[in-house]
Design a protein around this ligand. Structure first.
Ligand SMILES: [Fe+2]
Ligand SMILES: [Fe+2]
Length: 239
């Protein structure tokens, strides 16, 4: 099993706000924010708030050009990387990609709200499974993915005008709440048409080498779901 992460050389070389940070800021490209502004009362409130604080030169600005396009493209690339990593780690044991439904988002608000739910589901799911992972390198790998899911979730919470720590259960804990396997299954089942012969969405609560495979395949199903969701919708809302 290969648990190495792929890190692109120079990934951290671009300074925030540098030219490489907004590669799709060409003139003429419609901004995600411009198109979405009408749908977001939260965005309107942010601008209204800035106007109300016009006399304060240090008032915290809320938004940056193309920032949201960049973040969604980053999330999409991360989900693709998570799938690739788990498929590679599982090798011949990797499940096939399930067939999904109901992932086509009709408007921007629906897109960002469902993104928030998927990401927060992922955070709770990884934490819920972590207690049963037997092999420490697998546990560390899962924790590395979970941390990225938490970054995604925090960003999307804020984009949806929620506390950054709000979880999929609507709580804002200082210590993340693990989801049970059944809670995760209930959250993702509306999107799954067929597992295409892959293992069921379950794992044991008794740690073992065999159960680690089941947990990683459980995670892979979630990653396939997220990846497919973003592959369908990110081009639609950022192109
Ligand atoms: Fe992921
Ligand atoms: Fe994610």
């Amino acid at each position: 099993m290969n648990l190495s992460f792929e890190v692109s050389p120079g990934e951290w070389s671009s300074p925030p706000g540098g030219s490489e940070r907004h590669p799709r800021s060409d003139a003429g490209r419609r901004s995600f924010l411009r198109r979405g502004a009408a749908a977001f009362s939260a965005a309107s409130a942010a601008f209204a708030g800035r106007e109300a604080h016009a006399t304060n030169p240090n008032f915290l600005p809320s938004l940056y050009p193309n920032e949201n396009v960049l973040e969604f493209q980053t999330i999409q690339a991360d989900e693709q990387a998570h799938v690739k990593f788990l498929v590679n780690a599982l090798g011949a044991d990797a499940r096939p990609m399930p067939t999904f439904q109901n992932l086509q988002m009709n408007n921007l608000q629906q897109f960002v709200q469902n993104s928030m739910v998927f990401e927060n589901t992922g955070v709770g799911a990884y934490l819920g499974a972590a207690a049963y992972i037997d092999n420490v390198p697998y546990l560390v790998a899962a924790a590395g993915i979970m941390d990225i899911e938490a970054r995604h979730a925090g960003y999307l919470n804020v984009l949806n005008n929620r506390k950054m720590t709000q979880n999929v259960l609507g709580q804002s804990p200082s210590f993340e709440v693990a989801l049970t396997m059944q809670q995760v299954v209930d959250l993702v089942s509306p999107y799954v048409v067929s597992l295409n012969g892959g293992p069921p969405l379950t794992f044991s609560t008794i740690p073992s080498a065999e159960n680690d495979i089941a947990i990683l395949n459980f995670a892979l199903a979630l990653e396939y779901l997220e990846m497919t969701f973003y592959n369908i919708n990110v081009p639609k809302f950022t192109g």
